[in-house]
Design a protein around this ligand. Structure first.
Ligand SMILES: [Zn+2]
Length: 530
């Protein structure tokens, strides 16, 4: 039996419909890179005609090489009673220049007659014309049959006819959508099976989670013969969200021997889940299957004893398979292998039981306890490893800083000033700068002072700045975590700082960001010299 499944991620489109989610162009690019690294087959990234941000994204992404994934633009069938080539939305999809387009159309007769107010016949024409238009433009066309299951239950003959029409229009795949998320797994299985048996075209599944069934429904559709699973990587989406793809991949690939991504990438699924959460600025639920922090956490003597004797006594899989780790809450013995890999990048000779490894693990635990998280800030992580291995000498010392005022000026803009005093090899330099807010002013002043010593910093600038207030039981001392991303035009890196004071947290992340750049430059020089 053919067991290859295509994973189709819509975090950037359906996921962006979730309450509280808003992606910048930078965020979107980072998510695309992460999912491409993981190896999903498709990434649905929005509609360039729907807003300028999506258009900018599709422009920028053209220069980025993707290794595993096909970028997909998303839009609807043409509007009623117009020619497909005159439909502005249809035309705008071409601006994305993506190899794949996903087109959604109506399957439910009630939606056709009562919501978009057209005839059943015209709806079929809309499907056929639109798909044929994109096939003619050389695109791979994914057809999303919106409300397919509800439509099938109301009028099976018409719902099937819409699929047949999509095939006639040239659809490369037919994706059956449980748009309202109200179906049960047995219904999904039976209806999907009917479609799979009737048509040769590849069938996909798109489930929403309104009954908490999105993952179960997606898995059942695959058991019925679906070959493509749509969802969002960590499950967020409109209302109760979409099928959580990190769980779907776990269920299909680890438990049922399907191949959704390259087998060797399976151990990335946890890291990528944390990365996506960090970029989206949401907290990943600790109890998320496979990838949550608590997914393999044991508390209580008996369970710990059991797991120590044989892990299968209280674990359904070995956490390392999915890149997660076993944690014991009573006696912290965190899995060292993932961290060890990172340490070995800096010091290849360090072993799992080396005192350095234990010392770094202890330091990481302390920092995590303080509120640090390194999934989105690999560069800070690297600096911590270097500091603990004694392989690090700071490039400068910030002797003093001050930020002043943040009062709107006459034109109403918020301005702030910062002064800094830095020390580089006992040479003192002071600088002052004005900025849009105190952090921006500090960033500018710091760079100005340091550029005298390190001209390579001229190219560096911030691309992203995120603040998260950390849950704390002590309301008086709420901590913030600041995550910043920087670029020198060629590379991008992220650093993190935690403090009860937002300026201080930002400063920690800023200083690390500059140190990382200087460290890279130095490494380059040393390599060139050798
Ligand atoms: Zn959806």
């Amino acid at each position: 039996m053919e067991k290859n499944i295509k994973i189709y991620d819509s975090t950037l489109r359906d996921g962006a419909q979730a309450e509280g989610i808003s992606f910048s162009v930078e965020d979107k690019i980072k998510i695309v890179k992460a999912l491409d690294e993981l190896g999903v087959s498709y990434i649905e990234a929005g509609n360039p005609g729907s807003n300028p941000k999506d258009l900018e994204f599709f422009e920028r992404i053209k220069s980025i090489e993707l290794n595993n994934t096909k970028l997909t633009a998303f839009g609807s069938t043409r509007r009623r009673n117009i020619k497909v080539q005159d439909d502005a939305n249809v035309k705008s999809l071409l601006l994305a220049n993506s190899p794949v387009v996903a087109i959604f159309g109506k399957s439910w007769d009630f939606h056709v007659t009562d919501i978009i107010n057209t005839t059943l016949e015209e709806n079929l024409n809309m499907i056929k014309d639109t798909l044929a238009f994109f096939k003619e433009k050389g695109k791979e066309v994914v057809y999303d049959a919106e409300h397919f299951f509800d439509g099938y239950k109301a009028n099976p003959e018409y719902a099937m006819k819409t699929l047949k029409t999509a095939i006639d229009g040239g659809a490369d795949s037919l994706v059956l959508c449980d748009t309202n998320g109200g179906c049960m797994p047995n219904e999904i299985y039976e209806i999907t099976k009917l479609v799979v048996n009737k048509y040769k075209t590849e069938v996909g599944i798109h489930c929403h989670n309104d009954c908490g069934m999105a993952v179960a429904n997606s898995v059942m559709a695959v058991f019925a013969g679906a070959k493509q699973v749509q969802g969002t990587y960590i499950g967020f989406g409109e209302r109760c969200g979409n099928a959580n793809l990190s769980t779907v991949i776990g269920n299909l690939q680890v438990k049922n021997d399907y191949e959704c991504i390259n087998q060797e990438n399976l151990e990335l699924i946890t890291d990528i889940a944390r990365k996506v959460a960090e970029i989206a600025n949401v907290s990943l639920d600790d109890k998320e299957p496979y990838v949550g922090r608590a997914a393999f956490t044991h508390k209580g003597g008996m369970h710990i004893d059991g797991v120590n004797k044989a892990s299968k006594s209280f674990e359904h899989i070995n956490p390392e398979i999915v890149g997660n780790e076993r944690r014991f809450l009573m006696s912290e013995v965190a899995g060292r292998s993932t961290i060890l890999k990172k340490i070995q990048k800096v010091a290849p000779n360090v072993k799992k039981d080396s005192p350095e490894t234990i010392q770094i693990m202890d330091r990481l635990k302390e920092l995590e306890h303080e509120g640090y998280q390194f999934e989105g800030a690999e560069s800070t992580f690297e600096l911590i490893i270097r500091k603990n291995l004694g392989k690090y000498k700071p490039f400068f010392k910030l002797e003093n800083f001050k930020t002043i005022g943040e009062k709107p000026n006459e034109s109403g803009e918020l301005t702030a000033f910062a002064m800094v005093k830095v020390n580089v090899d006992d040479k003192i330099k002071m600088a002052a700068a004005e900025g849009d807010g105190p952090v921006n002013a500090l960033d500018k002043a710091l760079r100005q002072a340091l550029e005298v010593f390190y001209p390579e910093l001229k190219k560096v600038h911030l691309t992203d700045y995120k603040v998260r207030v950390l849950d704390t039981k002590e309301a008086t001392a709420a901590k913030v975590r600041v995550l910043i991303s920087s670029t020198d035009g060629k590379h991008e890196w992220s650093t993190v700082g935690v403090s009860t004071d937002i300026i201080n947290a930002s400063l920690i992340a800023l200083i690390d960001s500059i140190e990382v750049k200087l460290l890279r430059e130095l490494t380059k020089k040393i390599k060139a010299y050798i």
